[in-house]
Design a binder for this molecule. Sequence first.
Ligand SMILES: [Ca+2]
Ligand SMILES: [Ca+2]
Length: 265
Amino acid sequence: MKRRVRLVERFLSLLLVFLAAIARLSAGSLAYSGKSATAFRVADRIVVDGSLGEWNKQSPILVDQKEQVIHDEGQWTGADDCGVKAYVMWDEGSVYLAAEIMDDTPFMYREGFPPDLADSLVLHIGVNPDADPDRAAYEAEDFRLTMVIDDYYFNTGIDRGMVEDKKGYESRGEDGDEQVLDGYECAVAEIDGGYVFECVIPLGNFANDQIPALIPQAGMSVGMEISMFDLDFPCPGVANARIAWSANADIDVNPGLWGSVTFAD
Ligand SMILES: [Ca+2]
Ligand SMILES: [Ca+2]
């Protein structure tokens, strides 16, 4: 009888260890803001043409609610003013981003507009999958990419102003009028009330001799955030609402507030 009790005790203590490990694992996957999505591996190939027939759309990133507006709140009049449904896919060399974007005044941009003052999508990505999901300050592997959405230039900018130890990777394209990405391809196609945006971003753009390129694998998670600036007047600085997946205005200073994405086959 005693032996049986000891066995039960042993079993229970093992069970506790097991449950604690599971709890730690799920805490890890729930870190960042708690917003999470799945990025599916590209099955065949993505044709960057503004048509999403080849996309797996099972895990949309939804950015279209009033509580997600984090800048110029009074300038946002509803999901038809600026509402984003985004998707992420991957292969070993690139991330692919697509978005169905509702906007009553699309493609607001003029030459010389800084990316933050135009119609633009912002992608935050942490390229170190081992980074602490609770980190409250940017590390060298944390990037903020702004993609201007007009219908001709598609200029981009990478802001490193918030990164203390930049590891040799400085800001680029902050004044607009620049294409800072290599191998970036994108397309837009107008739809009722807005447009579809589709792009490929080679991951070598977030790397240098001190920052290794991210090589996604199924099961790996990284910090990621999607937000959008919406300019409604052809004059920068007047009003540009911003809406963000994680609904937090501090995503530009605190990567622990981003969402996260898990790569899957
Ligand atoms: Ca396509
Ligand atoms: Ca708008």
